[in-house]
Structure formats: C-alpha cells, structure tokens
Design a protein. Structure first.
Ligand SMILES: NC(=O)C1=CN([C@@H]2O[C@H](COP(=O)(O)OP(=O)(O)OC[C@H]3O[C@@H](n4cnc5c(N)ncnc54)[C@H](OP(=O)(O)O)[C@@H]3O)[C@@H](O)[C@H]2O)C=CC1
Ligand SMILES: CC(=O)N[C@@H](CCC(=O)OP(=O)(O)O)C(=O)O
Length: 309
C-alpha cells in the first residue's frame, strides 16, 4: 500500500532533507505544490486533506494554522516545529524513548527538537531508572551547525564568514527547555547554553555531571552500561564504549547528512565527575531523519528505511 505524503514547507531546510530521504521510495507518493502555490492557503488545505500523512516543516504559527486546516479523520501529522512538543493529544516522536508502537499508532506526532534529542537520549533512560536524580539542576552546553537556524541563519553565516562561534539564548527561556524537562523526567528545568559554530550541520550536546556531590549517584561505568543496555538493538543510537583514541572529539565542517546518534559517557578516574555527550546531525536525527523514522513506523515499515546510517 502506498502512503501519500505532503511536506508543508517543502523548500525549507528541513523539508528539502525529508524529500531527499523519501526520494525513489515506492512506499510513499509525494503530493507537491509548485512555487506559485506553496504558500497559498487553499492549495495547502487541499493538499493537507488529500494526504495520509502531512509533515509540517514550518515556523510554529504556520504549523498551528496547518493543523487547524485538517478537516477529516484520516490525515495524520508529523510536526517538525516546536508548536506541539508538550501539547496535549500529541505523541513525542522519539520512538526509542516513548516506544515504537506508540509512534506507529499515533495520529499527531511532534518531532523532537534537535538539542533535546541529544539531551533526552542521554538523560531519560538514566533518570527513569533512578541512576541519576530527577531533582537536580542539570546544565547542558551545546553547539549546532548553522543550518539549525533554517534559511535565515544559513544566509547570515554564509554572508559573514568571520563568525566562528555564536552564543545565544542569553536571556534564557529557550524554546527547547520545556520538552527537555518533560521527557527527561526532571523536577527542575535544565540550564541551557546553546551556541552555533561555523559549520553547516552537526551538533554536540554535553551534560556535565559532578557525580561526587549528586545524591544517589552511581559510577560512570554503570551509567554507560545502563545506556548501552537501553539502546541495545537500535540501529540509530550507538553508545561509545571507549574514549576516542586520539583523545579529542571533532565536529567536521564537511560533515555529510547522517541520521544516527552517538552517546558518550566519560568519567574521571575517581568516578567523582562525568561528562555525558551526544553527537548528532541537527538535520538528521535532530530533524529530517527523525521525521522519516517516525513516518516509517506510522506506515508500518522498518524504522530505518531510507535513513542515512
Ligand atoms: N533546521 C533545523 O536543524 C531544525 C528545524 N526544525 C524545525 O523545523 C521547522 C522548519 O525549520 P527550517 O526548515 O529550519 O526553516 P526554514 O526557514 O529553512 O524553512 C521554513 C519553510 O517554511 C516556509 N513557510 C513559512 N511560512 C509558510 C506558510 N505560511 N505556508 C507555507 N510555507 C511557509 C518558508 O518559506 P520561504 O522559503 O518562502 O521562506 C520556508 O521554505 C521549524 O519549526 C524548525 O523549528 C526542527 C529541528 C531542527
Ligand atoms: C542553531 C539554532 O538556531 N537552532 C534553533 C533550534 C533548531 C530549530 O529551530 O528547530 P527545533 O526547535 O524545531 O529543533 C534554535 O536554537 O532556536
């Protein structure tokens, strides 16, 4: 059976990468709107209601408007925006965390944010299994390639080649904090310090852990073992067992599209400190790859079909 798919926002950064991953796949038939009609509400309404699955790759307000255009009981949604990530009635599209069957059966799926993907992948299994405390003020430092800010930020970084690093979120309240707190099961909102580097894609999310002063904490090796067991069998998420041989971690500006996620647990010799680090592609498991993974499950297919792993 063919699943018809309409990508609303198909020529944006996320939309284009989803279309690339669906290209040549006979299980899906893409509904497309030409340049003259892609922002025409009547045309979008028709395409949305014709589709079995609509994937929203739009700014938050436009995503809310698109959902309001659905006038049938059949059309299912994957929303790549932040609009519905902690909204009632929506399933968080993180199959490894919420369960593959839950995503497969969902009608309204909210694609996780790019930074929260790394944060939640590292913390949720450990907090849910009481290996790390829920009542702790976690910090999270992260860098993203500039494609994370869509067409506008890509334009800015490609115009001004002198920006090497851009810290932001300086007045707090970043839009990703609520989903990080909710799905990692935390009692206290994490302190989030995001930044952008002069690379098109790629992301590193780091959570420093002062284990020695954290109540009920366990040694770093146990944290790594628990994550390894949790993600056993996943073709998308890998837990590194050793330190990189070179003794350093690199994000390369030439990174190719990649839909995987690698988790690292690095611990000090005395076990008093650890660094949890997630490495991903903001446009891969952080956006388009995750949307295709959920779409595969919703269509009853292998979750990794068409992914770049
Ligand atoms: N980039 C990333 O790494 C990630 C992005 N996301 C989310 O995905 C969504 C899309 O982001 P991204 O692809 O980066 O953004 P872009 O700015 O690259 O693309 C957004 C697209 O939406 C189009 N658009 C805007 N308003 C409308 C409308 N009313 N009707 C139809 N089309 C419209 C834009 O048109 P036009 O081309 O004319 O401007 C543009 O093509 C956002 O909500 C973002 O938060 C999520 C995770 C990561
Ligand atoms: C580098 C950059 O600007 N990143 C964006 C997050 C990516 C995004 O807009 O998408 P999601 O919220 O859907 O993940 C930001 O920090 O606002």
């Amino acid at each position: 059976m063919t699943t018809s798919v309409f990508i609303d926002g198909a020529v944006g950064t996320t939309g284009l990468e989803i279309a690339e991953r669906l290209g040549g796949r006979s299980e899906f038939a893409l509904i497309t709107l030409d340049e003259a009609r892609r922002k025409d509400d009547a045309a979008r309404r028709e395409a949305i209601n014709d589709a079995d699955v609509v994937i929203l790759c739009l700014p938050d307000d436009a995503a809310r408007d698109a959902v309001a255009m659905i006038a049938n009981d059949r059309t299912r949604v994957i929303d790549a925006s932040t609009a519905h990530r902690v909204a009632d009635g929506w399933t968080y599209g993180f199959p490894e965390i919420v369960g593959r069957d839950t995503v497969a059966e969902a009608k309204r799926v909210s694609n996780p944010g790019c930074y929260p993907t790394g944060f939640i992948a590292l913390l949720a299994p450990l907090v849910h299994n009481a290996l790390l405390p829920a009542a702790w003020p976690y910090s999270v430092h992260a860098v993203s390639g500039y494609s994370g800010g869509g067409k506008a930020l890509i334009g800015r970084f490609e115009e001004d080649r002198d920006i090497a690093w851009r810290g932001y979120g300086l007045s707090f309240g970043h839009k990703h904090v609520p989903e990080m707190q909710r799905y990692a099961g935390l009692m206290i909102a994490p302190l989030f310090s995001p930044a952008v580097v002069a690379a098109h894609r790629g992301m590193v999310v780091e959570i420093p852990l002062p284990l020695g002063v954290m109540p009920g904490s366990v040694p770093p090796e146990l944290l790594r073992a628990a994550l390894t067991q949790f993600y056993e069998g996943s073709k998308v998420v890998t837990v590194a067992q050793d330190l990189p041989e070179s003794g350093e971690m690199l994000l390369r500006a030439s990174m190719e599209p990649w839909d995987g996620l690698t988790l690292h647990v690095m611990g000090s010799a005395d076990g008093e400190q650890a660094r949890l680090v997630a490495v991903l592609d903001n446009l891969g498991k952080g956006a388009s790859g995750a949307a295709v993974q959920s779409l595969n499950l919703m269509a009853g297919l292998d979750e990794t079909a068409g992914l770049r792993l």
